[in-house]
Write a protein that binds this ligand. Structure first.
Ligand code: ADP
Length: 439
């Protein structure tokens, strides 16, 4: 079985979110299951040769699509000021180049596994442009949705740049409220659709979560499945084995972040994109109450300017027990997962969520909203779950967690249990193999 795995971001080369983690780890596990797999991504400026060698040594060949005009940039999709204006061209070019590469390399995959809107044109081009070329005949496509909110929507007058006839610009194709929608076309033209958790697979067929594509998804529900993401257990590998072993990480992080070094103060961690989705505004609403409870609060995130401003205000108001870092920093992220007592994920929606899985690995107990992949992975046994995107419910869940934290024996048992869960790729990778065979 030959598979080409396409993604606009792949760890360790380029990352803005969970997609990169998935693309950098799932293929390695698929390779272990005897899938002849290759990975393809654009060669951005941040792609370093060093990282390249690291993954090549990990036996999955990686192809980089190079085009300086489109990809020689530090950011992947845009800057704080907004998306790059030529994203339609950049990622339609990428999709075509991927298909051309296959022929050039004489690698004919049984399945091309596409991820998110940046690669959604691959199934379309395959069926529209390459359908009569025998090299491409029989190649099937799987399209994985990592987040319905990012669809790749562009103005209609850009459509001709795709090199496709207007016969594909209709309600059964690209057309989306008189605009061009990459993800919509990908959902229609791919042979099978997956998303990253069983609950999110159901949720996206409803108006609340479907981002106006719930109808398209419902129509394809026979060919839509949720497969839970895993994490790379070598990458996220605790430097301790018993709950007590965590304390040295905590003291080190407190020191590094300029917080009083106290082993017994509960440390609440947050890592994530600062977007409305993540519900950090709910946290901000209650931060005065939280800080009044003798806790420490460490946050790492970057994104929405308005949310960053609020967080800066919090840092000023509560300097003694908060540490707010507004940047992207993989090393600090790992320290927070490995040192905190609780990880807060009050997401409004969460396709899968990796933070809670990484946390469990380090015996850090997640406090999550019951949605998407959070609902599929966190229960009363390994975390604290609240129902609605409501700051009072979040505060109650934190209070409940802190009450258990005070009972050393109960807490230690919960941490131990959390560390015993297995959310590595083992099981989910097997599900992908089954799916590739079915397709
Ligand atoms: P999403 O893909 O919606 O951003 P996920 O939970 O699926 O959310 O994945 C987020 C990934 O990005 C995790 O590996 C997380 O540690 C990482 N991450 C998010 N924000 C930052 C940041 N500011 N610095 C470092 N890593 C981050």
């Amino acid at each position: 079985m030959k598979v080409l795995f396409c993604s606009s971001e792949v760890v360790p080369y380029a990352k803005t979110g969970g997609l990169a983690d998935v693309a950098g780890s799932l293929p390695v596990y698929l390779k272990k299951l005897k899938i002849d797999i290759r990975v393809c991504l654009p060669k951005y400026s941040c792609v370093k040769e060093k990282g390249q060698k690291a993954l090549m040594a990990g036996v999955v060949p990686v192809h980089f699509i190079e085009n300086d005009a489109y990809f020689k940039r530090e950011q992947l999709y845009g800057t704080k000021a907004g998306d790059f204006p030529d994203n339609l061209e950049r990622f339609s070019f990428f999709s075509k180049a991927v298909l051309e590469l296959l022929k050039k390399e004489n690698f004919k995959p049984d399945v091309i596994h596409c991820n998110d809107w940046q690669t959604a044109l691959i199934p379309v081009y395959l069926k529209a442009i390459y359908k009569d070329d025998p090299f491409y005949s029989g190649i099937k496509t799987v399209f994985t949705i990592h987040n319905m909110a990012y669809q790749g929507v562009f103005a209609k007058d850009e459509y001709p740049k795709l090199g496709l006839g207007w016969e594909y610009f209709n309600i059964e194709g690209f057309e989306f409220y008189d605009k061009v929608n990459f993800m919509k076309a990908g959902l229609i033209f791919s042979d099978f659709i997956t998303t990253v958790s069983p609950t999110y697979a159901k949720e996206i067929q409803t108006p609340e979560f479907g981002c106006k594509l719930e109808g398209v998804l419902s129509k394809r529900k026979e060919n839509l499945a949720g497969i839970l993401n895993g994490i790379d257990y070598d990458e996220w590998n605790p430097n301790f084995s018993s709950p007590q072993g965590k304390v040295k990480n905590k003291l080190a992080l407190q020191k590094e972040r300029g917080l009083p070094q106290k082993a017994d103060v509960p440390l609440l961690g947050v890592v994530g994109r600062l977007a409305h989705q993540k519900g950090f505004d709910l946290l901000a609403e209650k931060i005065d109450k939280i800080c009044a409870m003798d806790v420490q609060f460490v946050l790492l995130g970057t994104g929405d300017q308005a949310i960053e401003n609020v967080l800066q205000g919090i840092a000023k108001k509560h300097p003694k027990n908060t540490s707010i870092s507004l940047k992207f920093d993989a090393v600090l992220a790992k320290k927070i997962y490995a040192s905190s007592d609780l990880l807060l994920m009050p997401s409004r929606y969460e396709p899968c969520g990796l933070g809670q899985l990484i946390s469990l690995r380090y015996g850090t107990i997640p406090v999550v909203r019951k949605t998407g992949g959070l609902a599929d992975t966190i229960t009363d046994e390994n975390g604290f779950v609240f129902e609605n995107a409501d700051s009072n419910e979040l505060l109650e869940a934190i209070k409940k967690a802190l009450a258990v934290y005070k009972n050393k024996k109960a807490w230690s048992a919960m941490v131990k249990k959390a560390m015993e869960y297995d959310f590595s790729w083992g099981n989910s990778a097997k599900e992908y193999v089954k799916l590739y065979k079915r397709v």
